[in-house]
Design a protein around this ligand. Structure first.
Ligand code: NAD
Length: 322
């Protein structure tokens, strides 16, 4: 039986990845600081532990796993990573986890670790025009991410690739672009735009006004979590090390996203644009490289994913109110 290790298995993408690996017949160990909040884990073994501790990491990397996915990070949406208030924690916690994981996997002669970097590592100067952001993989340098979260991601993707060059590992690096879907954080300050918009609209009555950070003209693309998991497993099992974007190239403004969710909910919603952390002006996934190297790119529409996500968030809101 093949074995897989999912670090960050108590989180949003990690939870979905565990389900996928189980459906493929893997024996799966998940590790996280916490149990999954919204679903019982399907992992065969789930270790609640702190991956900042190198002894812990050596203990959970106790065999030559066939597949290792390193998703654990101190992260959140714009309200967490762009305010500057959590910068030291974000950099220290995530870099420590990555240093520990790369080294423990190397010592265990594990050949390939998947590492989830982020589109936040792209230079801010290429993302000032909301209609024409440049997020091609080769545009990463000269580096100028707009957040410490992005700088840490850049450091850690280089770390995993340095282990490839110096120790003959074959680690894989993907740059995720705004992943969304059911069973992700939807309240509490770490949620991201799609879940936050769904929550605000689920709580609103028709003709209510909801607050939106910024003028809503900033652009983004959002990738449904099932496609993220598909791209992740495909990359790990390919002969391409990356870095490569895993994201959607269906770019929308935040205002368009709000209109779409209001339409799904069947409500008429007004927007009140207020000051708040918004990140770069424009961002879209460039999928040319993934298409070329993996012969695959995400294709599901934003609308289809938002319908499933809204239904789930609305259910959470109702449950909370009961
Ligand atoms: P998430 O916050 O839901 O999951 C991350 C998990 O890591 C959490 O469950 C958290 O408890 C765990 N963790 C944090 N510190 C830990 C520690 N010291 N020890 C053990 N576990 C620890 O986030 P996610 O959306 O599932 O993201 C997974 C990965 O993908 C992260 O590395 C993130 O930076 C990256 N990423 C995500 C997105 C996105 O839109 N979701 C975009 C770009 C990159």
């Amino acid at each position: 039986m093949k074995t897989a290790l999912v670090l960050g298995a108590g989180g949003f993408i990690g939870g979905h990845l565990v389900k996928r690996l189980k459906s493929e017949g893997f024996w799966v160990r998940g590790v996280d600081l916490k149990l999954h909040e919204y679903a019982e884990t399907e992992a065969d073994d789930f270790v609640v532990a702190d991956l900042r501790d190198s002894h812990v990491v050596r203990n959970v990397v106790d065999r030559r796993f066939d597949e290792v996915y390193q998703l654990a990070a101190d992260m959140g949406g714009a309200g967490y990573i762009f305010t500057g208030e959590h910068d030291a924690d974000i950099m220290h916690n995530s870099a420590t986890i990555n240093l520990n994981v790369a080294d423990a996997c190397h010592k265990r002669t594990i050949k390939q670790v998947f590492y989830s970097s982020s589109a936040c590592m792209y230079p801010a100067y290429n993302q000032e025009d909301p209609d024409n952001p440049n997020c091609a993989e080769h545009s990463a340098y000269p580096a100028a991410p707009d957040s410490e979260y992005g700088w840490e991601k850049l450091f850690s993707e280089r770390l995993f690739l340095a282990y490839n060059r110096n120790y003959g590992m074959r680690n894989r690096v993907a740059r995720y672009h705004n992943i969304f879907g059911p069973e992700g954080t939807w309240q509490g300050g770490k949620e991201k735009a799609p879940a936050a918009v769904c929550r605000k609209i689920a709580l609103a009555a028709s003709n209510d006004t909801i607050d939106i950070w910024g003028d809503g003209l900033q652009t983004r693309s959002f990738l449904f979590v099932d496609e993220c998991v598909e791209g992740t497993t495909r990359l790990l099992r390919s002969d391409f090390e990356g870095p490569v974007n895993i994201g959607s190239n269906e770019m929308v403004t935040i205002n368009q996203l709000v209109h779409m969710v209001a339409d799904i909910a069947g409500k008429s919603i007004e927007m009140n644009h207020i000051p708040g952390p918004t990140g770069v002006r424009g961002r879209n996934s460039d999928n040319q490289l993934i298409q070329e190297r993996l012969g695959w790119a995400p294709s599901q529409t934003l609308r289809a994913g938002m319908e499933r996500t809204y239904a789930w968030v609305e259910q959470q809101v109702r449950r909370n109110a009961a």
